[in-house]
Design a protein. Structure first.
Length: 265
């Protein structure tokens, strides 16, 4: 058996040496070909002008909040009514009594940028400390949809699949990139909406990549369905959907948002 094994090793060694000897010849043959055979000139990507600084909207973005008004938003409780949150000094502050708000426009796949701030004087603990959420697709009233959690997770302990940067109760963030209360934070999101067959079954599930303050916290995560406070996630057939911001019912001080834009993909 040892002799056979040695002979096998010899054959592998000889084949490897022959491969090394013939590789340059093969490469030379490739290099003698026409480079134009692997050059592509169309379609030409359209030109997009980046923002002047990090976080600024590029030229092809749909600006959802520029600091002036909530015209791009509406009430979730009454979709014929305007969004009832407070706008002052270039920021939106959650008005909990007004309920959730959502975009008037619906989206499928997109790139989203949004900035948020936990109040410096925040009180409470766990989930009752600066709680809100960015619902990447709002598919009904209340908190129905796919939630990217917003929370004070700077020295604040809670269940890890419910901290900032989590896909609520589905995916723990890869790291905790939270800044202290009073400082602005950002989410940059790549969202791929789910697709459904005619009979309502899932053709392809939703996927999401998230950077929290420039740090990757969700890496092309495949969602199991809508995010649920109680029970298991599930899918229900839908198409293009608004983006929703949550007015959470906890008693801590309301959080703020600014500089929100989206690029439909």
């Amino acid at each position: 058996m040892r002799f056979i094994a040695c002979r096998s090793q010899q054959r592998v060694f000889i084949i490897s040496i022959l491969g090394l000897l013939t590789a340059p010849t093969f490469l030379s043959a490739q290099q003698k070909g026409d480079p134009k055979l692997t050059e592509v000139y169309s379609p030409v990507p359209k030109i997009v002008t980046p923002g002047q600084s990090c976080g600024d909207a590029p030229s092809d973005a749909v600006v959802l909040f520029d600091g002036s008004n909530l015209n791009a938003w509406r009430s979730v409780n009454d979709t014929t009514a305007p969004a009832g949150w407070t706008v002052a000094d270039g920021i939106i502050t959650v008005k909990k009594s007004a309920g959730n708000i959502e975009t008037r426009q619906s989206f499928m796949d997109y790139q989203l940028h949004i900035e948020w701030r936990i109040p410096e004087n925040i009180t409470g603990e766990g989930q009752a400390r600066g709680n809100s959420g960015v619902f990447l697709a709002s598919i009904g009233s209340g908190d129905a949809g796919y939630e990217l959690q917003v929370l004070d997770s700077y020295n604040n302990t809670t269940y890890v699949n419910g901290q900032a940067g989590s896909i609520y109760k589905q995916s723990i963030p890869l790291v905790n990139a939270s800044r202290r209360p009073g400082q602005w934070q950002s989410y940059d999101v790549i969202w791929t909406a789910p697709r459904f067959n005619d009979d309502g079954s899932v053709k392809s599930p939703a996927r999401v990549t998230v950077l929290h303050n420039g740090v990757l916290v969700q890496n092309n995560f495949t969602l199991k369905g809508v995010t649920q406070y109680i029970g298991e996630p599930f899918y229900k057939k839908h198409g293009a959907s608004p983006i929703k911001l949550q007015a959470h019912g906890d008693k801590s001080e309301p959080i703020s948002f600014r500089n929100i834009w989206v690029r439909p993909l």
